[in-house]
Design a protein around this ligand. Structure first.
Ligand code: NAD
Length: 424
């Protein structure tokens, strides 16, 4: 049965529609019953808040924010908080649903959640960002807590913002509660290895794939779109493993050298100039052209919806490892599957971040920090175990790895839900 290759293209109204379409494809594969589909295809709790923030010039602006819990069957919910002008409730709902599946793929005892505030942090001062974060935390404090829902960083949020969330929540309760949030600064109980975890986890996923399918990483050419937290770490680790990283990019454009880039020097160049563009030992390319460069492994590590029906036929890589969330549209998935291009899907390939967030939460609850080698070794074991489960599900149902990862995750969450039963 090749479900995804024969399904009809669907016009998506929102990112949440896309998430539900992916859910239904995987639910068909495992023969999920209609009652369970009704439960798992909706978000359990959605809170939208409007709140005032005093700006530095004395004016008051009102912001809209959301916190959504998709499913709390397996345990407390977990998911990042995003600050971006394009944040909408529908986007936050989709990201919350994907968090449920992501946690289930790697076997973490969490359900999925997500949050976001519609704002442009790039034009806000640190003082304004702190005011916004503390007020938003107060507004959603009935939804979060170390045993209820644990936020983390996402697009445009960082360890400092997590520190303000932790402090605000702790002030409400009268004592320090480090387990309410992950991605904190090390000094406040952040985990060793957290800042590199997404890129490192993605590389562990690629290594497992290479081992199983006989791909020689040292002979592989790699292209990375997005040279930020996830992408630059993955590029550096693959380069250190001996792969030839031929192209990388950031929001200002890309660079290409078919003989391979010295990633250590590209990192220095970006630190110095603010961009990868202009690196002397490479030619400049656009972000669109970068995705179509000759290579064996392509890592989209920037934005959603970059591999689409328009360019999927021209992608030259034989393996796509999705460090970013949602970089491939469902239509592109069908084209890639027909062409035999393998995809390590986001809910598996970038799960290293939430996995080490889970380690941070465990360390906070036990007040007992781990060393970086302990963190990395446990991460490697979890990614290897998840790869074996995803690839065997893919072979069992003859579906691509995205549908396999979803099928595996949905089955696990359905099992939790069935055993817990329906209250009352
Ligand atoms: P980041 O902000 O550190 O880096 C993003 C990079 O993408 C930057 O280099 C930026 O310049 C680049 N970029 C932005 N717009 C671009 C464009 N139009 N074309 C090419 N590059 C562009 O963010 P990050 O934390 O590395 O996140 C990247 C992706 O990985 C996101 O989809 C995020 O949801 C996903 N992700 C991140 C984590 C994590 O722990 N950081 C975990 C899971 C998933």
């Amino acid at each position: 049965m090749v479900v995804q290759a024969t399904a009809r293209p669907v016009q998506h109204e929102s990112l949440f529609d896309s998430a539900v379409e992916q859910f239904n494809i995987a639910a068909d594969v495992i023969g999920l019953d209609d009652n369970m589909r009704r439960i798992l295809s909706v978000c359990k709790k959605e809170l939208t808040v409007h709140f005032p923030v005093e700006m530095d010039d004395g004016s008051v602006q009102v912001f809209e924010g959301h916190r959504v819990h998709h499913n709390s069957g397996p345990g407390p919910t977990k998911g990042g908080i995003r600050y971006h002008p394009d944040v909408t409730l529908e986007e936050v709902k989709a990201l919350a649903m994907w968090m449920t599946w992501k946690c289930a793929v790697v076997g973490l005892p969490y359900g999925g959640a997500k949050g976001g505030v519609t704002c442009n942090p790039k034009v806000m001062s640190q003082n304004e960002l702190q005011n916004l974060t503390r007020r938003f935390t107060s507004e959603i404090s009935l939804m979060i807590g170390p045993n209820r829902d644990i936020p983390a960083p996402d697009v445009n949020t960082n360890p400092q913002i997590m520190a303000w969330i932790m402090d605000t929540y702790s002030m409400h309760h009268g004592y320090s509660i480090p387990g309410v949030v992950t991605g904190k600064p090390l000094i406040l109980g952040g985990s060793e290895g957290r800042s590199e975890a997404t890129g490192r986890g993605c590389v562990f996923a690629i290594q497992e794939y290479a081992l199983k399918y006989g791909m020689n990483l040292q002979e592989s050419r790699v292209v990375v779109q997005g040279f930020g937290n996830a992408g630059s770490v993955a590029a550096r680790l693959l380069w250190e493993l001996g792969a030839k990283v031929v192209g990388v990019s950031d929001s200002t454009g890309g660079i290409y050298n078919p003989r391979g880039l010295d990633i250590g020097r590209v990192i220095e160049h970006k630190q110095f100039s603010g961009s990868v563009v202009g690196f002397r030992e490479a030619e400049n390319v656009t972000n669109e052209a970068l995705l179509e460069l000759p290579c064996d492994i392509l890592l989209p590590a920037a934005l959603e919806n970059v591999i689409t029906a328009d360019n999927a036929a021209r992608v030259q890589a034989s393996l796509i490892a999705e460090a970013a969330n949602g970089p491939t549209t469902p239509e592109a998935d069908r084209i890639l599957w027909d062409r035999g291009v393998k995809v390590l899907p986001d809910i598996f390939a970038n799960a290293g971040g939430v996995t080490v967030s889970y380690f941070e939460w465990v360390q906070a609850l036990q007040a007992f920090p781990w060393t970086e080698p302990e963190v990395n070794e446990r991460l490697q074991r979890i990614m290897a175990r998840a790869f074996r489960a995803v690839s065997s599900t893919s072979e069992k149902y003859n579906v691509h790895m995205r549908t396999a990862a979803l099928a595996l995750a949905i089955q696990r969450v359905a099992d939790f839900t069935r055993v817990r039963g329906i209250y009352p």
